[in-house]
Design a protein around this ligand. Sequence first.
Ligand SMILES: *Cc1c(COP(=O)(O)O)cnc(C)c1O
Length: 394
Amino acid sequence: MKVNQNFSRLEQSYLFIRINQMVAAYQEKHPDVQLLRMGIGDVTQPLAPAVVEAIHRAAEDMGRAETFHGYGPEQGYPFLREAVAAYYREKGVELSLEEIFISDGAKNDLGNLLDIFSQDNVVAVPNPVYPAYVDTNVMDGRPIRYLEGAMENQFLPGPPDFHADLIYLCSPNNPTGAAYDRQQLAAWVDYALEHDSLLLYDAAYEAFLEGSDLPTSIFQIPGAERCAIEICSLSKSAGFTGVRCGYTVIPKALEREGTSLNALWLRRQSTKHNGVSYLVQRAAQAVFTPEGRAQTRQILDIYRGNARLMADTLRELGIAFWGGVYSPYLWLRCPGFDDSWAYFSYLLENAHIIGTPGAGFGSAGEGFFRLSAFNTPEATRQAMEQLRRLHSNI
Ligand SMILES: *Cc1c(COP(=O)(O)O)cnc(C)c1O
């Protein structure tokens, strides 16, 4: 028996494991210090009441013979796919139910989708980026090229001068918080159509774009239905990180080498996936009801308020940053440091704030730092006060 040797090509330690080790070591030496966690991309607010009620009702359904549900459709229950289709209709995007696949999360689908692509595709990944895009392709042995993000392009790389088959885009971006506008996305769609490439569009943070005129779906760009797959999640928009539900859109019009990618994915899912639990899909359906929408919007407003306070603080301190407006993330130039791990330690020891070093998101992240608005307003206020105290002294 032989193991998959590609695993030996992965970066040694996962970013958040290294952070946890450094935090644990600090906390052991300073057990009385209250640390403020502004680093991890997990939500902190509980589920909306409409969602909790839906889970209770679904549990009752499962306990009665007349409403019990066994194996569900691999693609997801029609009641949830209809809710997703209605949500897209509001964005001006018409989808048939066959184009929507309910998933147990975006990360899962981002990895699983690779099953339907050949190993020898050239993959283009933004730098800096959400680490899963790189690692899932390294595990499969696909060649990876980078799309460099920098201050000059506002961390929004455009189409490259080389050929790429699979291209990952994430907008609003994790970690930089930057979001593409219509024109920039149209340039990507043009590139993909011209090169016969496929855009893998991660829209996990699209809900944060509410109130802007930025596109919330790649399918708002004409032609995208022939060159893009969109991967979405209720994790960040409705606090589902522990509930696990998302959806992936694969248009019927999307074909490569005479093969429908929608049909390939359905075949893959029917073979390797038995659907998402009935309870979770009922919970997800509740997110799209008027009540659920109003309640989740209130929760997002808490994070938006935190982001606003963080942005105001950084501006006041003269620290350059991106994101924070239509995104829960703020991406800052490390003040006085070129090494983002050194800044991590400095912030931990002197302001008792845990952030995320930019270098953990790729080489282009060196010198930058991610702060997250996923926290309580109290903790955010406290963290910003400590940041102000620290940096007013520089
Ligand atoms: C959090 C996150 C995900 C993961 O979403 P799940 O649905 O919880 O698996 C996917 N993409 C990005 C960019 C994220 O930040």
